[in-house]
Design a protein around this ligand. Structure first.
Ligand code: FEO
Ligand code: CA
Ligand code: CA
Length: 511
């Protein structure tokens, strides 16, 4: 924050205004807890302000618009105060696009709303602004032809038509974005190994019969060109995210969770230092504390049940079960603890097992080496009435090791049953430094039915980019909207920026 803004925030002038800045900076903003909210409003704790960066439907260039239900955000710095953001557009709410009837016309409109956007942003004074008509602005959508990075392709096709269901994601050390196709079956349905088809609930498969096996992959995208490829190497499932790091020997390692009740946590160890295309996929057994190989040449049971490694990759979930993977309570986002190097995994909930509040699990790799095949695990922090949050989902650390996380109570459960008293979904911080170390504080509340997703810091940690996803998703008709956020009228998923002295103090460990 600059001096003027700091003084304005303190509301001081005169004598105080002439004090040296470091003396002023020593004055703390007392944290006033943010109460739970059931309002259709985006509220923030005192000392934190938000601005809308871009809304659903805004023109990003002459031919494309910003898509629906923005989720994961990744930041790619350019020169000076400029950057590119990758933003996932996970899925659609047909009511808000062209209508609920499953006509070709309506579905064609919806196919342009998913995938992702690359937009340029620029820092002006202290604000990040969307740069309309930047030559870098582009859409990737359900029509974009994307090659499989896998010899032979998938089902004899070298390319897939489009990407969709992009939930969270990741970034690689070489600067590309990763977008993870999560609940892909809602678009073109699912087909099992015996050929049985389950129709999708969005009904796109009524008009377009595209192979379900072409979705459920991690997609890698070049920031400046938008060139994309589907990484078959990481297996196929409801990928929430892909968190990338390096082993002690320098090999690329990616962790990815399958966000479904009783599904698994995977780890891919690359053969190389600069690619995710070739290597070995493993799955976690918590009981054994081992990463178990999913390589058909390592596992006789896979050799017996699958015709080749491609088949194992396509049906990674079945392969994982055959080798004894541990069922988990919806493994979602994954981040690396900057203080310890440990791997933290959100386990959002598992209502079938009466786990309503979820937790964040800590994985400690043997010798602290992501390349290790042994680990221990424990609960890092658990949701519930005592900690005041439920259903942790997206995670991001600041350099002091404070864990910022969003909650994901589904819209129809908000403040009901076990979630009574938890209010709307929120942004929380688990503090590990400063006078409140060990506490979880609520710092922002989402509008009605919405969930915050995609938290992403600017490199100077002065701004947190955040998605506001699916406001008003329980609306049954345009006459009975459950949210009018942010502008009145039809609710619009949007990306916001959060800034302010509260954020500054937390990331500096001075709250
Ligand atoms: Fe799209 Fe698991 O959240
Ligand atoms: Ca999520
Ligand atoms: Ca994250």
């Amino acid at each position: 924050m600059d001096r003027r803004a700091f003084l304005q925030f303190l509301g001081v002038s005169g004598v105080l205004a002439s004090m040296p800045l470091d003396l002023l900076a020593a004055k703390k903003v007392p944290f006033k807890g943010l109460p739970v909210s059931l309002e259709d409003k985006l509220s923030t704790a005192e000392g934190l302000t938000h601005k809308i960066l871009i809304r659903w439907g805004e023109q990003i260039n002459a031919s494309s618009k910003f898509g629906f239900n923005n989720d994961f955000i990744a930041f790619h710095p350019l020169e000076k105060n400029r950057a590119l953001l990758w933003i996932n557009h996970e899925y659609v709410h047909p009511l808000f696009i062209k209508g609920i009837n499953r006509t070709k016309e309506n579905i064609d409109a919806e196919r342009l709303e998913v995938g992702g956007s690359i937009i340029e942003v620029e820092k002006k004074n202290s604000d990040w602004i969307f740069v309309k008509n930047s030559p870098y602005n582009r859409r990737v959508d359900a029509l974009t032809e994307i090659p499989f990075a896998w010899e032979g392709g998938i089902l004899n096709s070298k390319t897939a038509i489009g990407t969709l269901a992009g939930c969270a994601g990741g970034k690689t050390p070489w600067g590309t974005f990763l977008s993870c196709e999560e609940n892909y079956d809602m678009f073109y349905g699912e087909r099992d190994r015996q050929g049985n088809v389950t129709p999708s609930w969005l009904g796109w498969d009524k008009v377009y019969q595209l192979p379900p096996e072409h979705y459920g992959w991690v997609v890698e995208i070049e920031p400046k060109t938008g060139k994309a490829k589907k990484l078959v190497s990481l297996g196929r499932c409801a990928h929430e995210c892909a968190a990338v790091t390096k082993s002690k020997s320098g090999k690329i390692v990616a962790y990815t969770g399958d966000d479904t009740n009783d599904e698994h946590l995977y780890k891919f160890i690359s053969d190389s230092n600069d690619s995710l295309e070739r290597g070995k996929l493993y799955v976690a057994s918590l009981e054994k504390g081992e990463w178990i190989s999913l390589d058909i040449n390592d596992q006789p049971i896979l050799k017996k049940n699958f015709k080749d490694q491609t088949n194992v990759q396509i049906y990674a979930r079945e392969a994982a079960k055959l080798v004894g993977a541990t069922p988990l309570d919806r493994p979602e986002d994954i981040e690396f603890d900057p203080l310890t190097g440990n791997v933290l995994v959100s386990l959002t909930n598992n209502k079938k097992k009466n786990n309503f509040y979820g937790s964040v699990m800590k994985i400690v790799e043997k010798d602290n080496d992501p390349g290790s095949l042994k680990f221990t695990h424990s609960t890092f922090i658990a949701g519930g009435p005592e900690t005041g949050f439920a259903c942790p989902d997206n995670l991001v650390f600041d350099p002091k090791g404070n864990l910022w996380f969003t909650s994901d109570v589904s819209g129809d459960n908000i403040n009901k049953g076990p979630y009574s008293g938890f209010g709307n979904n929120s942004l929380f911080v688990f503090l590990r430094s400063g006078s409140k170390a060990g506490e979880v504080i609520r710092v922002a509340n989402a509008p009605a039915d919405a969930e915050f997703t995609g938290p992403c810091f600017s490199p100077d940690y002065k701004t947190l980019f955040l998605s506001v996803q699916h406001p008003g998703e329980l609306s049954m008709s345009l006459d009975k909207l459950t949210s009018n956020w942010p502008d009145g009228g039809i609710p619009k998923p949007s990306v916001i920026t959060l800034q302010g002295p509260l954020l500054d103090q937390i990331v500096q460990g001075k709250l």
